[in-house]
Each structure stands twice: as structure tokens, then as C-alpha cells.
Design a protein around this ligand. Structure first.
Ligand code: MLT
Length: 322
């Protein structure tokens, strides 16, 4: 007799669905990606939700789901879950922080290379029937300084790869010691120093009061002329209008963006469509490798909690006191 209902309102790998289906005592619904209204309706008898970044678990969802015990995020960012509301409703939110590190780091390197060498622009130009070599003269990564804003798992994985490209890597992260950065061949610096020295800046920070719109007119003014900016973390790290102005003026040579404050970005987004901006639709973690790993980990977190009372990777630890 099924005890717990696990609802998967987002697109997730079938292997993870199988992990849940095989566990005795769980009933699994996998309707595919649900709209907000559908999620609110279908969550009414759910004990667990397993999600990616495609759905928002808002206060309304928690209010509509009185039996909900756990939300498992297959991925890192839980900015699509209202953690305060989760805690108030005594729902545990967990994530899978390690599973997509390498995919995201590899994608970041891809964006950096594409940005340095105009690869998407060259491709689009050739496909438009042109043979233009003079407008796509790039720069090497070798010998350039990469500034990493955030030196957690993904920042470190990017550093490792950038060092193999013979870049100098500096990082700003208030939670990391100079010694631990040095052990990875990276110099820990203050933010102003990073802005002043970096030829490429790659963002790997979470959104909070300190980081929201941290790339803005004031911080860009501190950067080197011709800096290139990569963001495969979260869109709200950047003030889009300020960055667009800096790109139009030539202060910033280009940007490669995989994430947007609103996803998908609106048609009039100031950075989408600029010739020196490469835009991708939040693809950094989208590899079969990463999606299987994070989905299976998320499924196991649900099974462990609902059936064995075991918890890991809790994102709202205040709920444990409740
Ligand atoms: C994450 O937070 O794990 C990434 O942005 C990937 C995703 O949401 O799919």
C-alpha cells in the first residue's frame, strides 16, 4: 500500500524516476513540466516534490500542499524555492550541490573560448553566406588573467581548467582562505583588485544582498578597458542595462551569458541580440552526465528522508529546529 506521493512537476531524467518507483512505499507522479496553476492543484496530496529550475515552489504551493515534507532540487540553486515559506510550513528543502560541477565548469570554459574567439558570431556569419575573417579577430586565453567571483566547487573547477590554458587565476570569495585558494594555484584577492586586474571575469556566486546586481556601472568603472564577462551562475548578479551600456561604449569587450534575471529573458532584454554578447538558454548543467547524477541524487535524498528518516544537503536548516 503506497504511503507517500512524490510529484515530479519538472523535466527530470527517467533513471531518477525509476529510483523512486522501485522504492516500496512511494507513489510517483511524473506528469512532465507543470504550469504554476497545475503545480498548485496537483501538489495538494504530495509528500515530496522533485524539481529542477523550471518550476517555482512559491508560498502558494506550500499553502496548497498540507502534506508536503520535502522538496528536492536536482541541481544547486534553490532560488526558485521560497525557503522562508518552506521553513514556516515545516518542509525540508534539499539540493544536490556536487552533481553538475564539471558540466558547469566545462560550459564556462566553452563560453570563455567562444567569447575570446567570436565562435558563435563566425558560425552565424558563415551560415548567412559571408566569408568574413577580419571582423572576428580574437584574443588568446594564454597569459590573460581570469578573475573568479566566487570560489566554491564550480569556481575551483573552472580555475583548474583555466590554469591548463596557461591563464593566471585570481579569485574573490569572502568564505575561502588565501591558503586554500593557493593550494589550487589561485591567488585570493579583494573584489576591487579583481576588477582592476582581470581580463576575463567569470561569476560563480549565489544571489544575496551583497551580490544582487554587483556587476553594475560602478563596478564596471573599476574594471580594465576591454574586459570580457561570463555569467553561468545567476542572472541577477548583473544589472543588464548597465552592462549593455558598457558593451555599447566599448568599455566591456563582450559578455557570454547563460542565465537571466527573468528566464526566459523578455524580447526587449538589453543584452540579448547585442553583437558582442553570446546568449545561451541556461545550458551549463545540461549534459546527460550531470542530469542523471543530480536527478538520481535528488531521488535518493527523497527516499532516504521519507522511508529512512535520513537527511543530507538541507538548504533551510532552520526547519530542523521547528
Ligand atoms: C543549478 O542551479 O543547478 C543550475 O543552474 C542548473 C539548473 O538549474 O538546471
Amino acid at each position: 500500500m503506497s504511503q507517500y506521493h512524490v510529484l515530479i512537476p519538472d523535466a527530470l531524467d527517467q533513471v531518477a524516476v525509476d529510483v523512486l518507483t522501485k522504492a516500496e512505499g512511494l507513489r510517483v507522479s511524473y506528469p512532465g513540466k507543470l504550469s504554476q496553476e497545475q503545480l498548485i492543484a496537483q501538489a495538494s496530496d504530495a509528500h515530496a516534490l522533485m524539481i529542477r529550475s523550471g518550476v517555482k515552489v512559491t508560498r502558494e504551493v506550500f499553502q496548497a500542499a498540507p502534506h508536503l515534507k520535502i522538496v528536492a532540487r536536482a541541481g544547486v540553486g534553490v532560488d526558485n524555492v521560497d525557503l522562508t515559506a518552506a521553513t514556516e510550513h515545516k518542509v525540508i528543502v534539499v539540493n544536490t550541490p556536487g552533481g553538475n560541477t564539471v558540466s558547469t565548469a566545462e560550459f564556462t570554459m566553452g563560453l570563455m573560448l567562444a567569447l575570446a574567439r567570436f565562435i558563435p558570431q563566425g558560425d552565424a556569419s558563415l551560415k548567412a553566406g559571408k566569408w568574413d575573417r577580419k571582423n572576428f579577430v580574437g584574443v588568446e586565453l594564454r597569459g590573460k588573467t581570469l578573475g573568479l567571483v566566487g570560489f566554491g566547487r564550480i569556481g575551483r573547477a573552472v580555475a583548474k581548467r583555466a590554469l591548463a590554458f596557461e591563464m593566471t587565476v585570481i579569485a574573490y570569495d569572502p568564505y575561502v582562505s588565501a591558503e586554500s585558494a593557493q593550494a589550487d594555484g589561485v591567488e585570493k584577492v579583494e573584489l576591487a583588485d579583481l576588477y582592476a586586474r582581470a581580463d576575463f571575469i567569470s561569476l560563480h556566486a549565489l544571489i544575496n544582498n551583497d551580490t544582487h546586481h554587483m556587476i553594475n556601472a560602478a563596478s564596471i568603472a573599476q574594471m580594465k578597458d576591454g574586459v570580457r564577462i561570463i555569467n553561468a551562475a545567476r542572472g541577477a548578479l548583473i544589472d543588464d542595462h548597465d552592462l549593455a551600456e558598457a558593451i555599447k561604449s566599448g568599455k566591456v569587450a563582450g559578455a557570454a551569458l547563460d542565465v537571466y534575471e527573468e528566464e526566459p529573458p523578455p524580447a526587449d532584454h538589453p543584452l540579448v541580440g547585442l553583437p558582442n554578447v553570446i546568449d545561451t538558454p541556461h545550458l551549463a548543467a545540461s549534459t546527460t552526465d550531470a542530469q542523471v547524477t543530480v536527478a538520481v541524487e535528488a531521488a535518493e535524498l527523497i527516499v532516504d528522508y521519507l522511508l529512512r528518516g535520513k537527511l543530507a544537503n538541507v538548504c533551510n536548516p532552520a526547519v530542523l529546529k521547528a
